[in-house]
Design a binder for this molecule. Structure first.
Ligand code: PRT
Ligand code: ZN
Length: 297
């Protein structure tokens, strides 16, 4: 078989992950020409193309070598690892991407006083994740029935086709609307970059490595702020103690004022008004908090 020389990334065609995934790839410097059928998008700058598909198809496309990488929920990836083809390449989670967060949870009718998983013994649990639920039950040696449904899992208890469910929960609103209660969490999920466990050894492997570096920069930047302030040397210790986490700050002397410094610190996460007020009280002035546009370590 002729090997491809362009990298191919699969992502969801239309759904919760589509917009954030597209945005993330754009921030990594990847732009695509939209094709008319919107299944295949040709990459304009780098040799990277996009395949727009249903999220459930993404792990299989990677395992079969049709795509090199995919952006997909950990829930879908891990379910595929448990239930997918045996002879296919094993899949790896290369990066957690920080969007599409949700939990795969057991939910029970509100009136059931759930204390421990063993209470599920003998019950029927409806789910679209038979692999993950089956593994969780097996690890706890619980003998419960697994009712596999493709969708609308939350109405199964009301219809009498199951006693409990195992489904994705985000705000919890769907559970409340169906008189259910979250009882146990099986998996904390978010969108991930999935790929084969071993990288290709050709140009595609080099491109994946480059992309992973850019991705790390983008993820770090998204959570970083640059704090600039002026202070006298005497207040420096007190101010440094209050700085939100991050690498060592940089200090620059102010021209013509040897006792005065400008401090520059990269902060992990938001810098709140309260933190700024505390730092000011400790002797800082002329404070600025700036977003970080790009970062390459
Ligand atoms: O058409 P395609 O198969 O591609 O799309 P899909 O309908 O299977 O997927 P989509 O777009 O709904 O979800 C894609 C991915 O988003 C999932 O695989 C998860 O990784 C992630 N995600 C994050 C969620 C949710 N949050 C979520 N809340 N996926 C589904 N839900 C559903 C859940 O199934 C339940 O019905 O939302 C309801 C619960 O939400 P709350 O807020 O009421 O708790
Ligand atoms: Zn789906």
């Amino acid at each position: 078989m002729k090997t491809r020389d362009r990298l191919r990334i699969a992502m969801q065609k239309s759904g919760r992950l589509t917009e954030p995934a597209q945005d993330l790839l754009n921030r990594c410097g990847l732009t695509f020409r939209q094709s008319r059928d919107k299944l295949f998008c040709f990459g304009e700058g780098e040799p990277v193309d996009l395949l727009l598909v249903r999220d459930d198809d993404i792990p299989g496309l990677i395992a079969q070598g049709v795509c090199d990488l995919g952006i997909v929920g950990r829930n879908v990836l891990n379910e595929y690892r448990l239930t997918g083809g045996r002879d296919e390449a094993p899949l790896a989670e290369w990066r957690a991407l920080g969007f599409g967060r949700c939990r795969l949870s057991i939910a029970v009718p509100q009136e059931l006083d759930y204390q421990r998983p063993e209470q599920l013994t003998g019950l029927r649990i409806a789910t679209s994740y038979p692999g993950l639920l089956g593994e969780w039950l097996q690890q706890r040696q619980i003998d419960a029935g697994v009712v596999t449904l493709a969708g609308s899992v939350e109405i199964a208890p009301r219809l009498g086709t199951a006693d409990a469910i195992c489904d994705l929960v985000q705000s919890g609103g769907t559970l409340v609307a169906n008189q259910l209660r979250e009882a146990d969490v099986l998996l904390e999920s978010e969108a991930v970059l999935a790929g084969a466990q071993t990288l290709p050894t050709d140009e595609r492997g080099d491109m994946i490595e480059l992309l992973l570096k850019r991705l790390d920069g983008v993820i770090q930047v998204r959570e970083s702020r640059l704090l600039l302030l002026q202070t006298s040397r005497g207040s420096l210790d007190a101010i440094t103690r209050l700085l939100p986490g991050g690498p060592q700050p940089t200090l620059l002397p102010l021209a013509g004022q040897p006792d005065q410094l400008m401090l520059q610190a990269l902060c992990a996460g938001e810098v709140s008004w309260r933190q700024l007020e505390e730092i000011k009280k400790a002797g800082a002035r002329e404070m600025f908090v700036l977003p970080v546009e790009k970062m390459l370590a």
